[in-house]
Design a protein around this ligand. Structure first.
Ligand code: SAH
Length: 252
């Protein structure tokens, strides 16, 4: 049997937010590899081998998946959201680039998924209706000074900004520092959205403003969206406002 490796996006959480192609790929795999929290979402068949990894071992996990594919296994390496957005797909290609030549001949595919940013935006209205960018606030793999520079330039360019990995136990206050920096470039009235655990039972969506945002806590399961100068809130009689960014912009 010729082996293969597919890096599969599981979407933000619920099974029905996984694509049909992603579900079919996982079902057809001989081996399922992934971080514990993601593998636990699946119901593997009795004939499937499940390999659970610690979240910090991304390159190790990628190499293990490639080795199994070389051995002729049909491997599904699962990743939350979309595997290409701050996910496992880049780790696999990094391993391929630096690994043995045989890995380049493998049948490697990427199966896309709904990324956190899109799930959050759907709950809020249409905050990503015009130009936007995505920045990870984690400084595990890049220096904080680079993150600050990108935040500054994104704010100056008036992008809507989606922040992945806004905070963790080890980095509780980087999101507060990010808000402080953005206040130099955007008015206090700028909409700020915190979407926690979208699609999960404990989902929690908050709409606030840049001026008030410091007091709201974000954690590692939160996606933060900061509006552009055009992003608008529509108040509603019940519940939180709709937030949207119009599709056209006039430059003054
Ligand atoms: N590949 C993933 C992102 C991995 S980085 C994807 O495409 O979504 C992990 C970050 O993704 C989290 O810190 C959070 O910012 C965001 N995220 C992923 N799923 C989420 C969800 N269901 N609700 C809120 N944020 C989510």
């Amino acid at each position: 049997m010729k082996g293969s490796l597919t890096i599969v996006g599981l979407g933000p959480g619920p099974k029905d937010w996984m694509t049909g192609a992603a579900t079919a790929t996982v079902d057809a795999a001989t081996d399922i590899l992934g971080y514990e929290a993601y593998v636990r979402r699946l119901v593997p068949g009795s004939d499937q081998s499940v390999h659970i990894f610690d979240n910090r071992e991304e390159l190790h996990r990628a190499r293990r998946a490639l080795e199994l594919a070389v051995e002729g296994r049909r491997v599904a390496l699962v990743s939350g959201g979309d595997p290409g957005v701050f996910g496992m797909a880049a780790a696999v290609f990094e391993a391929v680039e630096t690994g043995p030549p045989a890995w380049r001949a493998l049948d490697i595919r990427v199966e896309p998924g709904v990324t956190g940013m899109l799930a959050a935006a759907a709950r809020l209205g249409a905050p990503l209706g015009h130009d936007f960018c995505a920045i990870s606030l984690s400084d595990n793999l890049k220096p904080w000074t680079l993150i600050e520079r990108r935040l500054q330039l994104a704010a100056e360019a008036d992008f809507v900004i989606a922040l992945y990995n806004p905070a963790s136990k080890a980095r509780p206050d980087q999101i507060v520092r990010a808000f402080q920096l953005l206040r130099h470039y955007r008015p206090d009235t700028t909409p700020v959205m915190l979407a926690r655990a979208v699609g999960r039972p404990d989902e929690d969506i908050t709409v606030t403003t840049l001026g008030a945002a410091g007091s709201h806590v974000a954690d590692m399961r939160t996606l933060v969206i900061i509006g552009s100068s055009a992003t608008s809130m529509i108040p509603r009689p019940d519940g939180r406002p709709w937030v949207y960014t119009p599709r056209s912009v006039e430059v003054s």
